[in-house]
Design a protein around this ligand. Structure first.
Ligand SMILES: Cc1ncc(COP(=O)(O)O)c(C=O)c1O
Length: 341
């Protein structure tokens, strides 16, 4: 079966893990410090703090900004529900926004929700598709950039997470780079980075990454341009050769996506399509497993684009290590399924 996602582990990652294991210095240490520095450099930030997960990194940022009871935080309903639960855990009130027509939240879906109590917007570049970061910053509310799905961004000179004051990411096994688990919070200003570090002892549920995980991530970061180039290469073939009715303009513009995922718009039952691919040895997924407003029993009428996207999006495999033959197989089977609809 061609997996929907899978970490890309080569000899260099195995060597890095073997080296740190032999050193017997396993908990957070020199490799973690090196990784924090590398991420700060990439994201143009003063301070980066490694955490046990992306959710813990978000929690650390919210606490650093003193966001809690009485604060409202805006986030999309079309996102991993850990983001929602983390905001709840901070004591703040999560306010859900719809996405635009192509999976990503827009200033238009967010602006009407801003009140005097809004203390932050969590800006997600869903599937690696670039949200309008500058326009969000112009809304005048602190923007916390969620780059869990967009590490690397849109060109070597234009990384996601660089333009905002706060960014966080994840090294979960399904993410752009994997440490198995792990995450990071990055701060543009020294005072806030120091404040976050000083808060850590009071937040015992915000864990740290071990040096084994950091070594694994550092090894992947060293060859990260290969990851991004491979994603670009596969996406060019998809954009050229997949059924054009399934393609979205949101991805077909240079620099519009870093292609963490390759979602397509289908106009058929997701479950039916998933079965068709599975018979041919291809694992596909929904874009997100569920919508947060469904968990809360809120009607789809407030979130029409997200409701449509849940039912009509198929996420195709775009892992960097796919072979040319596997990519061709995915394209061929997509045409077969499309013509049978
Ligand atoms: C967009 C987004 N934000 C946040 C998270 C949470 O990251 P983690 O699973 O490391 O807590 C995820 C991943 O699941 C995600 O996809």
């Amino acid at each position: 079966m061609i997996p929907h996602s899978q970490p890309w582990i080569t000899e260099s990652e195995l060597d890095a893990v073997a080296e740190v294991t032999r050193s017997a210095m396993l908990s957070s240490g020199a490799r973690g410090t090196a990784l924090e520095q590398s991420l700060s450099d990439l994201l143009h930030k003063d301070t980066t703090i490694l955490t046990g997960s992306g959710s813990q990194a978000l929690f650390l940022i919210l606490k650093t900004l003193e966001i809690g009871p009485g604060s409202e935080v805006i986030l999309p309903t079309y996102v991993c529900d850990k983001v929602y639960h983390t905001v709840r855990m901070s004591g703040a009130i999560p306010v859900l926004c719809d996405i635009g027509p192509h999976w990503v939240m827009t200033p238009e879906t967010v602006a009407p929700l801003i009140t005097n109590h809004t203390k932050a917007i969590i800006l997600v570049h869903t599937f690696g598709i670039k949200a309008q970061t500058e326009a969000f910053i112009q809304l005048g509310v602190p923007v916390i950039e969620d780059i869990c799905q967009s590490l690397g961004g849109w060109s070597p000179a234009n990384f996601s997470g660089q333009a905002t004051q706060w960014a966080f990411g994840s090294f979960h096994g399904t993410k752009c780079i994997s440490g198995g688990e792990g995450g990071f919070a990055s701060f543009a200003f020294h005072a806030q980075g120091s404040r976050a570090r000083n808060l850590l002892p009071q937040l015992p549920l915000v864990g740290r990454m071990s040096d084994v995980q950091s070594a694994l991530v550092l090894a992947q970061l060293k060859r990260y341009s290969d990851f991004l180039n491979q994603r670009r290469k596969i996406s060019s073939r998809y954009l050229r050769d997949l059924p054009s009715a399934w393609l979205s303009p949101a991805q077909n513009i240079a620099g519009a996506s870093m292609f963490f995922r390759f979602p397509v718009h289908i106009h058929s039952s997701f479950t039916h399509i998933q079965q068709q691919y599975a018979i041919q040895g291809i694992a596909v997924r929904r874009g997100v497993d569920a919508l947060i407003h469904h968990e809360l029993g809120i009607s789809d009428s407030l979130f029409p684009n997200a409701a449509y996207a849940l039912e009509n999006t198929v996420s195709l495999p775009i892992l960097p290590q796919l072979s040319d033959e596997q990519v061709q197989h995915i394209i061929d089977i997509s045409h077969q399924i499309y013509s049978g609809l």
